[in-house]
Design a binder for this molecule. Structure first.
Ligand code: AMP
Ligand code: ZN
Length: 465
């Protein structure tokens, strides 16, 4: 097992990873709330999770990773008020919350696959673990941390010493930040919901000792990490937005229940911005992987784009930036995959350089996942004379990068994204039913997205322009 150093948000320092039960590293990652498509910012956080898991495996560790799927309890306000995000989406689309969850989960896992993000060993759905959550809340109440109000069960943050230690805000700051709280029965404005009592019209509700209701968002992660990883585990990951509330509350719940520290290392991925600002629907700048693919970018070029910035730095997404990443990625892949057919062996100097660059890559990723530096070393490898050893080395290193650089590019480039194929099919159907107006609109749409269609008597040929 290699020595791996990782930045722990809790201590604000890089620490050597010392697994509780080596060689296995136990790890929990906050997963998506499946009420909508994952956007490229969300996916950046999962690329970071993947960088970590791949690095651990490459370093000789085994991973036991859990990722949750939040399909209940995440309210529109991100706090304790407002409608459940799943319920809002279900109403809007006239579907059940289960259908909404199934639909967006399946797209999410498809996105992970397209980005070569390895699926964690355990996927835990919140709605499959309600009984355990109720037990967790009951115990917190018995221990004196939970109390009941008219609308739910709340966690009394003043009872938990060390509330705010992750975000380094003290309890007074937390209280000041929450002054506007609506619920006057809370003992402290910053107390948070463990369990909410359901109104009659709430679509998702379960029987509990406090009547019908549903879990708070934070209790889901505390419960599922305990269930699958036990009362102590090695690493917890998520995006930086989770530090001040979600993860602070997870620490409070889990440590209050266990009576000791639960997570050894907290790791957080910085945010992705778009054009220097926040992503938001109203600005029309919330992109999905499908949006990028429809514009002709390959998902792996987006992965490269993410990996080229350290996970602890903000990453500003622009199409100019992505153009650059696509060009660089294609060039790197073309150059490296040229070795795929090389039958000659490396000369002595190439062998030496190759092992130097490989060592550089390992040193970079084992030092808090410095992928930008590691990619620099890959570029150096790409400039070596094409030979069998280069191919074999890059193929081996793909276990860390997941970029398929050793696979010749042509194959992928010819691939037409599914959504483009769907538009072409829709146009073909329109032509069959002689709806020429619709067919023209769809042809224009395809042209706008960079594709041309050539009609024949029996079908059509779709090409990238
Ligand atoms: P959610 O589905 O909202 O719970 O978010 C899923 C994951 O994406 C969480 O780990 C968030 O921290 C993360 N996330 C949300 N927005 C961004 C963003 N703009 N950049 C990076 N990560 C994000
Ligand atoms: Zn979580």
């Amino acid at each position: 097992m290699e020595k791996i150093y990782l930045y722990n948000t809790l201590t604000r320092s890089k620490e050597q990873l010392k697994p509780i039960d080596p060689p296995t590293v136990t790890m929990y990652s906050c997963g998506p709330t499946v009420y909508n498509y994952a956007h490229i910012g969300n996916l950046r956080t999962y690329v970071f999770m993947d960088e970590l898991r791949r690095t651990l495996k490459f370093g000789g560790y085994k991973t036991k990773s859990v990722m949750n799927i939040t399909d209940v309890g995440h309210l529109v306000s991100d706090g304790d008020d407002g409608e459940d995000k799943m319920q809002t989406a279900a109403k809007k689309q006239n579907k059940s919350p289960e259908e909404i969850a199934a639909m967006y989960s399946s797209v999410f896992f498809k996105d992970l696959e397209r980005l070569n993000i390895l699926t964690p060993e355990i996927i835990a759905k919140a709605t499959d673990n309600i009984t355990e959550m109720i037990e967790f809340v009951k115990t917190l109440c018995e221990l004196g941390y939970g109390y009941e109000t008219d609308d739910g069960i709340y966690f009394d943050i003043s009872k938990f010493d060390g509330y705010g230690k992750l975000s380094r805000c003290n309890i007074e700051d937390a209280l000041a930040g929450a002054r506007v709280a609506v619920n006057t029965q809370k003992r402290h404005p910053a107390d948070f919901a463990l369990w909410k009592k359901a109104e009659k019209n709430h679509i998702m509700q379960w029987q509990s000792p406090w009547g019908m209701g549903y879990p708070g968002w934070h209790i889901e992660c505390s419960t599922m990490s305990k269930k699958y990883l036990g009362e102590r585990f090695d690493i917890h990951t998520g995006g930086v937005d989770h530090i001040p509330i979600h993860h602070e509350n997870e620490i409070a719940q889990s440590e209050a229940l266990e009576g000791h520290k639960v997570v050894n290392m907290w790791m957080h991925g910085e945010f992705m911005l778009v054009d220097g600002g926040k992503m938001s629907k109203s600005l029309g700048n919330v992109y999905t992987i499908d949006d990028l693919a429809a514009r002709g970018y390959s998902p792996l070029a987006f992965r490269y784009f993410c990996m080229n910035t350290h996970y602890r730095n903000k990453l500003n997404f622009t199409f100019t930036g992505l153009d650059g990443a696509q060009t660089a990625y294609d060039r790197l892949r073309t150059s490296i995959s040229a070795s795929a057919n090389a039958s000659n062996n490396a000369d002595a100097k190439t062998v030496e350089k190759l092992s130097e660059y490989k060592a550089g890559i390992k040193a970079a990723v084992f030092d808090d996942l410095n992928f930008p530096l590691a990619l620099g070393e890959l570029w150096s490898i790409s400039k070596l004379p094409a030979c069998r050893e280069v191919y074999d080395t890059v193929k081996e290193l793909d276990a860390i990068f997941g970029l398929e650089l050793h696979v010749p590019l042509e194959k992928k480039q010819d691939e037409i994204p599914d959504d483009i194929k769907a538009i072409a099919e829709e146009r073909f159907e329109a032509r069959k039913s002689k709806d020429w107006a619709k067919s023209d609109v769809l042809r224009d749409k395809l042209a706008e997205l960079g594709y041309s269609v050539l009609d024949s008597k029996t079908g059509y040929e779709l090409k990238r322009k």
